[in-house]
Design a protein around this ligand. Structure first.
Ligand code: SF4
Length: 447
């Protein structure tokens, strides 16, 4: 158990200073002052006591205004941008994952009765000898009996594997976000939960499963595809999990490639932060299969993408897939705004596209860090020492927290200009961005 003493101490200091100095304020006012003091203290690496000493005012509206301007200096100057989210902070001593991933080995495996005979069930039984294996009536039944998982259960999700027999949720359209220009993506819902651990992962707030869920009936997905497919559609498995992280166990890439070879009017994408590509290299490629990697500069990956393959190895894996005949894609998403971001992203792009030529690239997505409000507290609880929340993240056009428009626009302009130097402008799309941003950048959807 690692206890985040530093951040707990900071929060305790903020708590007692506010209770001591602002006795007249009610609960809500105190909560907002605590939140702002805590965030400024963390962001500026300064004691909360020093911030309070600097306060030039005594009444609540002026104090709040002062703290907001100090916490969000850039957004305070941008008309209409200062829409902060200031929920209660509650840091608890929490168990963090060891910084290095151990080899994936679930200690408890629950198999739905109807998936008992499936080849995936047999394979996990033989691969994970020593794991406790239990048959369950259904996943739904298991969840009813055990209740909603707590953050501790989510932290230990690598210990638990559910093998299911999917009967309902096969495909769906990506919901995108309200007010954004959609890229029209479709989700092939082959699994839920991820063995990697990214600070920004939305599954921390979204997931209600204490383990990784893998459907055993991939043929059921293929059977249903006929009634879902549309000419020109793009779909993939990387929305609720990493497409390839467990491919050595599921071996699903092999039948997927074979299946889509017979459905050339659709394009299938494996999206990953892994280098688990052996099956892909053994298979005969198909021209409508895209293998894509999410990339960030290594220093940002070190801070935020635990257990994932090093960026250099992801790029090497992409080069191997190109050599094997696949088209590849890249997702600069989430782009993280932080000290030195221009230099770091420039180096990453130069390195990548000096090795991979435009003709091998299917698409490139750009998306700056954004998230539903609930994720803010989930990140704080699970990664109290994160730096990713220290930047200015405020309610945006879709009520998600985002960098202000001008910051996002500067980031995208920089990235688009860099990619244009490699003749890649026509392959770029923005993920979950408002129409005015597309216009500002003079970008057209490649789809
Ligand atoms: S790789 Fe993707 S799904 Fe997995 S933890 Fe990271 S962001 Fe989440």
């Amino acid at each position: 158990m690692r206890i985040f003493e530093k951040e707990l101490k900071r929060l305790r200091a903020v708590d007692s200073l506010v209770n001591l100095n602002f006795t007249r304020f009610g609960v809500n006012k105190k909560q907002q002052i605590k939140r702002l003091l805590y965030e400024i203290s963390k962001r500026e690496e300064i004691s909360a006591g020093k911030i309070i000493k600097d306060l030039p005012f005594f009444d609540y509206p002026q104090i709040k205004r002062y703290l907001l301007e100090r916490r969000y200096p850039h957004s305070s100057r941008e008309p209409g941008a200062l829409k902060p989210y200031l929920p209660k902070i509650s840091l608890k001593a929490c168990e963090f994952l060891s910084p290095k991933a151990e080899k994936y080995f679930p200690r408890r495996i629950f198999i739905e009765r109807s998936a008992r005979q499936a080849s995936l069930s047999r394979r996990v039984k033989s691969l994970f000898k020593g794991a406790r294996i239990e048959e369950i009536a259904s996943l739904k039944d298991y969840f009813c009996k055990h209740g909603r998982p707590k953050v501790e259960d989510y932290n230990k999700r690598r210990d638990t594997l559910f093998i299911t027999d999917e009967s309902y949720d096969f495909f769906k359209r990506c919901p995108c976000t309200k007010g954004a220009l959609s890229c029209g993506y479709n989700i092939f819902n082959l699994g839920f939960g991820c063995i990697f651990e990214c600070t920004y992962c939305y599954l921390q707030d979204y997931s209600n499963s204490p383990g990784i869920i893998l459907p055993a009936n991939i043929s059921g997905f293929f059977d249903r595809f006929g009634s879902y497919k549309k000419d020109g559609m793009r779909l993939g498995t990387g929305e609720f999990s990493d497409s390839l992280a467990l491919d050595d166990i599921t071996q699903y890439s092999l039948p997927i490639i074979e299946f889509f070879r017979e459905h050339m009017k659709a394009t299938f994408e494996f999206k990953t932060k892994s280098t688990n590509i052996n099956n892909l290299l053994c298979a005969r490629h198909a021209s409508n299969i895209v293998v894509s990697w999410s990339l960030n500069p290594q220093p940002l990956a070190d801070e935020n993408e635990f257990y994932c393959a090093p960026v250099k190895e992801r790029i090497e894996a992409a080069i191997s897939c190109v050599k094997a005949g696949y088209k590849v894609g890249f997702h600069f998403d989430p782009i993280i705004y932080s000290e030195g971001w221009q230099r770091q992203y420039s180096a990453l792009i130069d390195n990548l596209f000096s090795k991979i030529k435009p003709k091998h690239i299917a698409w490139i997505s750009l998306g700056t860090f954004r998230f539903s409000p609930g994720l803010k507290q989930a990140i704080e609880r699970r990664f109290p020492e994160n730096r990713i929340l220290d930047e200015e993240l405020l309610f945006g056009f879709d009520n998600k927290l985002r960098y202000p428009f001008s910051t996002r626009s500067d980031i995208y302009k920089h990235m688009v200009d860099l990619l244009a130097e490699y003749s890649l402008r026509s392959k770029i799309y923005l993920c979950m961005e408002e129409v005015s941003m597309w216009k500002e950048l003079k970008l057209k959807s490649p789809f």
